[in-house]
Design a protein around this ligand. Structure first.
Ligand SMILES: Nc1ncnc2c1ncn2[C@@H]1O[C@H](COP(=O)(O)OP(=O)(O)O)[C@@H](O)[C@H]1O
Ligand SMILES: [Mg+2]
Length: 263
């Protein structure tokens, strides 16, 4: 592929009289983990909403694999291989881990849920294929032993990891993760980080929004810093850590301490 997997070009989002994103441009090369960081209210979640089709921009373009996807509905964008996870956990509590995996896969299966109910032979074959795929993914991410566990029984960290797995199970080319480490303790954060790296190693490109600076510094190939709806810096973790504008944007927010501790 020539060019970046994702390109955001001069994006602006005005909500009522408020400028959520002023003018935002950045690129995500294929096969990388790129983090989008910035203080609260900088516009990170809004950017995710626009990129994944949940919100229309006031101005600007989103290009995925060279094609203009601006304003397409989320399902059409997901079909093209761009999938997001949500800031809160999106796991079905009443279902087991395996059932959650199957529901997520059915979103993509040609037969769909209706087919699962009708149980025509071709659809039964597809069921068997999806079941094998679900088991294989749970195995890959270290949740195989939990397959028959009701999701609500999982520890919080495991639930959050399952949320990532459910977004990743359709093998998107680009996975958008919104604060996957929010509320996790250090060992759960470590497990989430290893999971994200595993997904990258499985040829997924990852765009990450995360407040845990230690994690961002450790996991990212490159970092884009957003402040008041504009990208104020882009670079490697080492470059971003020393960037004067970044340090002043974060000063007093408390989010920078973890990064310093890591340095
Ligand atoms: N649906 C909305 N209605 C009104 N204001 C919003 C809405 N979504 C976001 N905003 C505003 O846009 C700005 C960016 O918010 P957001 O994208 O959530 O920031 P972040 O995720 O970086 O914390 C904030 O000032 C926020 O209050
Ligand atoms: Mg947010």
């Amino acid at each position: 592929m020539i060019g970046p997997l994702l390109e955001v070009r001069n994006l602006a989002v005005h909500i009522g009289g408020l400028v959520a994103i002023a003018d935002m441009s950045f690129q995500v090369p294929e096969g990388r983990i790129v983090s989008l960081i910035g203080p609260n209210g900088a516009g990170k979640t809004t950017a995710f909403n626009v990129i994944s089709g949940y919100m229309r921009p006031t101005k600007g373009r989103v290009l995925f694999d060279g094609a203009d996807i601006t304003g397409l509905p989320p399902e059409r964008i997901a079909t093209r291989g761009l999938v997001r996870s949500f800031q809160r956990t999106s796991v079905f509590a009443g279902c087991t881990v395996l059932e959650n995996a199957l529901i997520a896969l059915h979103g993509r299966g040609r037969a769909g849920l209706l087919g699962a109910l009708l149980r025509a032979p071709a659809q039964r074959r597809e069921e068997a294929r999806l079941l094998a795929e679900a088991h294989s993914m749970l195995d890959f991410v270290g949740l195989a032993a939990r397959a028959d566990t009701p999701a609500e029984v999982l520890a919080y960290g495991e639930q959050r990891r399952l949320g990532i797995v459910l977004a990743a199970i359709v093998s998107p080319r680009l996975l958008l993760l919104d604060e996957p480490a929010a509320g996790l303790n250090p060992s759960e954060t470590q497990a989430a980080m290893e999971l994200i790296q595993k997904l990258r190693d499985r040829r997924m490109t990852v765009l990450l929004v995360e407040h845990d600076m230690a994690m961002v510094m450790q996991i990212s190939d490159s970092i884009c810093v957003l402040n008041q709806g504009r990208i104020i810096a882009e670079g490697s973790p080492a470059e971003i850590r020393q960037h004067p504008e970044v340090i002043s944007a974060y000063l007093g927010s408390g989010h920078w301490e973890g990064a310093d501790a890591q340095a």
